[in-house]
Design a protein around this ligand. Sequence first.
Ligand SMILES: O=P(O)(O)OC[C@H]1O[C@H](OP(=O)(O)OP(=O)(O)O)[C@H](O)[C@@H]1O
Ligand SMILES: O=c1[nH]c(=O)c2nc[nH]c2[nH]1
Length: 193
Amino acid sequence: MQTLVDEIRAQGIILPGGFLKVDGLVNHQLLPALTREMGQEFARHFAPLSPSKILTIEVSGIAPALATAMELGIPMVYARKKKPLTMKEPAYTAQSVSRTKGGAVDLFVSSEFLGVGDRVVIIDDFLASGGTVRSLTDIIGQSGATLLGLGCVIEKAFEHGRDRLADLNIPIHTLANIVRMSEAEGIVVEAGR
Ligand SMILES: O=P(O)(O)OC[C@H]1O[C@H](OP(=O)(O)OP(=O)(O)O)[C@H](O)[C@@H]1O
Ligand SMILES: O=c1[nH]c(=O)c2nc[nH]c2[nH]1
């Protein structure tokens, strides 16, 4: 997605520890036209699989996931990182690690909104190590739903999440790919794959 690649080149900042700051378009401020285009691109890619639900994780996955769900006309469910008292039991749960805040987090999805018969596409903002997606697949497994595919806005190829998730045997579609980044070379970003 060339518009996304251009925005990453214009706004992206390399942070220590291999982190990319894109707070101006993905993680703090959101750009409506760009977010809509993300949804259109994911919807075009995954519509042939006839998903019944989009699954993501709060907080930064919500915008691209909702944009995708709106294009497809299907519900979007997001895993919560704290179980609210309104959540109906039983809830499916798995542990994950927050990459940007550090530490383990528990994820919760109510059985009210995910279950046998659901055909699920996961949408998230970043695909890095693949750990977060792995936790979501655990939740999908508990629910009895079927995982059809994975879409992530930005892939950090140098963290090899795609390879680590190969056993899932699902199509993985990303919109921009960070091949590598360093002070010397800057952000080497290309269209997703
Ligand atoms: O592939 P991984 O190595 O698991 O990294 C990707 C995850 O890391 C971030 O979550 P984080 O909780 O840090 O951020 P958020 O609260 O902005 O969603 C991002 O939103 C992805 O969910
Ligand atoms: O804002 C972010 N920048 C990153 O580099 C990253 N990797 C995983 N999750 C991330 N979030």
